[in-house]
Write a protein that binds this ligand. Structure first.
Ligand SMILES: O=c1ccn([C@@H]2O[C@H](COP(=O)(O)OP(=O)(O)O[C@H]3O[C@H](CO)[C@@H](O)[C@H](O)[C@H]3O)[C@@H](O)[C@H]2O)c(=O)[nH]1
Ligand SMILES: [Mn+2]
Length: 561
């Protein structure tokens, strides 16, 4: 990576104007809370003279208000120093003026279930990043398929074929929506368009139909296995294997040095990875999948920068990599910048948003508050990482088992070299991590169902910082669970994952306090202790009615001390 020329501004930071008001408000509110707690304590101390029920009531309110006060303190940590950071990509080209100046970028996309995450969605996400405005020879896309689905592999092969017309079309026509599904969506007819676009739309619709038919059938018809190479790739799906028991597959679908689009330009690398699974060995869900991608990509391209995406999160702006580079190449940040997090914005929410699914506090407001501290937590998707951040703190690098996995290793062989492919399959095997530091000190961290929150937290504890970058045009657009059932399942999973961190030896209140300071620790505690919200809410929802029935006063009287 090249360093910034002196004084060239690549980003700006503005403290939000509400900062002094937040602090003043916190002071006044803290005084009010102290008075309330004093009142509760007084009531409790006087209660030996009263009934068991009134003692129990006072105790419940005291505990509830203590929890609420604790959560309030946690929430205030976000309000102490909110900062908005803006990249200035227009200055970037002064620093990086030749394609070879750009650092290589590996994009990781995870998918796990071809029914819930249709291969057509994966294909759309893949195309949206393959069409980034980025030197193609520096761009590699890795798809992790935990669903062991030949249809997903088929969808990626189709994506590359369609990409051969789509990528040049986008670049010559300066298309902003590089996800074909978004471009050919509802506004296509209004916006447009020329006959070339109409023709491409037809090709796209045909491809989608082929993918959807394959999903319906559940296997790949022989007509699509015409070439030797394809027959060999699909030949790995035999009756001997199941989703929980199968070997590792690493399949290069497009290769930058060989494959060209219809305009004669190279295509980015696209690699399909389905890690080995065995019923007897834990796979650690998404954290395990990302660690396999970290290793496979290290062996094949080892780019210093990594973007992690869920398969249902499309790129909505082709210039996003330029924006993240404004931070990564800045000398003043570079030494300990672990990741740049973009907000999660949702597509297709109804205007009323009845389940409050936009999660504005979690994905927009709180990260701005963290930005003035060590930086935002990791959301699991839409984050660009410094690969080095996965290998120990900024000053104490942890060496992996083999030199090929080290972030400093320079890959000299092409990605489809047999030795490279053999090693990639080896590092994607299910017992590779046995007795290693993967998951504990290297890579994404195991131990919590919210591996994103936990990993971001551990990186901050190791001394890495992060940046929240929220451009006006959303960098990514995600799908949201639409049904109440999906939403509740997701909330349950998040709550269990957060409690796993709260109750571990890495709890933000103890471990965090020591390593990231009180404000950051309170911010992380805000989420870690989030699952205890229902306790005070239940007390306030049901106790007042019970006390009314028993004629117990729960509010102070004017005459009270
Ligand atoms: O064994 C698994 C399980 C999940 N995934 C992938 O992980 C992503 C997230 O899983 P999902 O079931 O969609 O969970 P969500 O609750 O929607 O995801 C949010 O919460 C997760 C846990 O905190 C984060 O990892 C995600 O990035 C974040 O979007 C998806 O792309 C899955 O395909 C895998 O690759 N392997
Ligand atoms: Mn999801």
């Amino acid at each position: 990576m090249k360093s910034t020329k002196s004084k060239l501004l690549l980003h700006s930071s503005t403290p939000l104007r509400r900062r002094p008001f937040n602090r003043l408000f916190a002071l006044i509110y803290a005084a009010a809370i102290s008075v309330l707690l004093y009142h509760h304590a007084g009531t409790l101390l006087r209660s030996p003279t009263s009934t068991v029920l009134s003692f129990f009531t006072s105790l419940s309110f005291l505990i509830s208000d203590l929890i609420l006060a604790f959560m309030w303190v946690n929430s205030q940590a976000f309000r102490m120093n909110p900062i908005a950071t803006k990249p200035l990509p227009e200055n970037l080209l002064e620093v990086l003026n030749r394609p070879e100046d750009f650092p290589a970028l590996d994009v990781f996309i995870c998918t796990a279930d071809p029914q819930k995450e249709p291969p057509a969605t994966v294909e759309a996400t893949v195309l949206s990043v393959m069409a980034y405005d980025y030197p193609v020879e520096k761009l590699s896309v890795y798809v992790s398929d935990d669903g062991w689905s030949e249809v997903t592999l088929f969808a990626l092969m189709e994506a590359v074929e369609f990409g051969k017309v789509w990528l040049p079309f986008c670049k010559t026509n300066r298309v902003i929506e590089r996800c074909p599904e978004a471009y050919f969506g509802s506004e296509f007819a209004v916006r447009n368009c020329n006959s070339e676009a109409e023709k491409i739309k037809e090709i796209y619709e045909d491809m989608k139909t082929r993918i959807e038919n394959a999903v319906e059938r559940g296997y790949i018809a022989d007509e699509y296995k015409s070439s030797m190479q394809k027959a060999k790739a699909f030949g790995k799906w035999t009756k001997d294997f199941t989703i929980r028991d199968h070997p590792a597959v690493v399949q290069v679908i497009s290769q930058n040095s060989e494959d060209k689009d219809d305009a004669g330009c190279s295509l980015p690398n696209l690699i399909y990875v389905s890690r080995q699974k065995s019923r007897t060995i834990p796979h650690h869900f998404k954290a395990g999948a990302l660690n396999v991608l970290l290793r496979v990509s290290a062996v094949m391209t080892n780019s210093p920068i990594i973007l992690t995406l869920d398969c249902d999160m499309i790129s909505n702006d082709p210039s996003t990599p330029h924006k993240m580079l404004c931070f990564f190449i800045d000398n003043s940040l570079k030494a300990n910048l672990g990741y740049v997090q973009f907000p999660v914005c949702f597509d297709g929410l109804n205007k009323a948003d009845i389940y409050a699914s936009e999660l504005r506090r979690m994905f927009h407001i709180n990260p701005m508050g963290l930005n003035g501290l060590l930086g935002p937590d990791y959301f699991g998707t839409g984050a660009f990482f410094n690969r080095r951040a996965f290998y120990g703190g900024p000053l104490s690098m942890i060496e992996p088992e083999v030199p090929q996995l080290s972030p400093d290793f320079v890959v000299k062989k092409p990605i489809n070299d047999q030795a490279i492919l053999d090693l990639a399959r080896h590092v994607a095997s299910c017992d590779y991590e046995n007795q290693s530091k993967w998951g504990s000190e290297i890579g994404l961290r195991y131990g919590s169902l919210v591996e994103d929150y936990y990993t971001g937290y551990r990186l901050h504890c190791e001394g890495w910082s992060s940046i929240f970058c929220s451009p006006n045009r959303p960098a990514f657009l995600a799908d949201m669970p639409i049904s109440l059932h999906d939403l509740i399942t997701q909330m349950k999973r998040w709550s269990v994952g957060l409690l796993e961190v709260t109750l571990s030896k890495y709890s933000p209140l103890t471990f965090g306090m020591r390593f990231i300071g009180p404000l950051m620790a309170h911010c992380y505690s805000y989420y870690a202790f989030g699952p205890i919200w229902p306790f005070p809410i239940m007390v306030y929802a049901f106790l007042p009615q019970i006390t009314m029935l028993h004629n117990i006063s729960i509010f102070p009287k004017v005459s009270d001390p």
